[in-house]
Design a protein around this ligand. Structure first.
Ligand SMILES: [Fe+2]
Length: 118
C-alpha cells in the first residue's frame, strides 16, 4: 500500500474535511499573492479535543518539474485554533497548488488549484 492511496478527496461543498484553497486564478510572474487554506469553509468541521484538524500543508507542483515544493505547514491546536491560514507566496512559473489536511479521526484529505501566469 502507498500513502497516496490513503489520501481522500471530494467536493468541499459536500465533504467537510476537504481543504479549500483560495488564490487567484492568474498571477503576475514574480509578484507576491496571498493563498488561504482552510477546512470547513462550507460545512464546519468539529474542533474539539477529541476531533479536530491537526494541520494543513501547502505545496506547489510546477508544470515543468516532477517534484513538488512545500510552501508551508500550519499546525493547529484543538478548540482554540480554527483550521485556517494564509501565506504570501510568489512564483514565476505555472503550476498547481496542492493542500493536504489531516483530521485526527478521519485521516488525510487533499485538494488542488491551478495557478496560471499572466
Ligand atoms: Fe474529522
Amino acid at each position: 500500500m502507498k500513502l497516496g492511496e490513503l489520501v481522500k478527496s471530494a467536493d468541499f461543498k459536500n465533504e467537510k474535511h476537504v481543504p479549500v484553497i483560495v488564490a487567484p486564478d492568474k498571477v503576475k510572474a514574480g509578484e507576491k499573492f496571498e493563498v488561504e487554506v482552510s477546512v470547513g469553509k462550507e460545512i464546519a468541521h468539529p474542533n474539539t479535543v477529541e476531533h479536530y484538524i491537526k494541520w494543513i500543508e501547502l505545496y506547489i507542483k510546477y508544470d515543468d518539474n516532477p517534484n513538488i515544493v512545500e510552501l508551508g505547514r500550519f499546525d493547529f491546536s484543538p478548540v482554540t485554533t480554527e483550521p485556517k491560514a494564509k501565506a504570501t507566496i510568489k512564483t514565476d512559473k505555472k503550476g498547481t497548488l496542492i493542500a493536504l489536511s489531516y483530521c485526527n479521526l478521519h485521516g488525510l484529505w487533499e485538494s488542488q488549484k491551478e495557478i496560471e501566469i499572466e
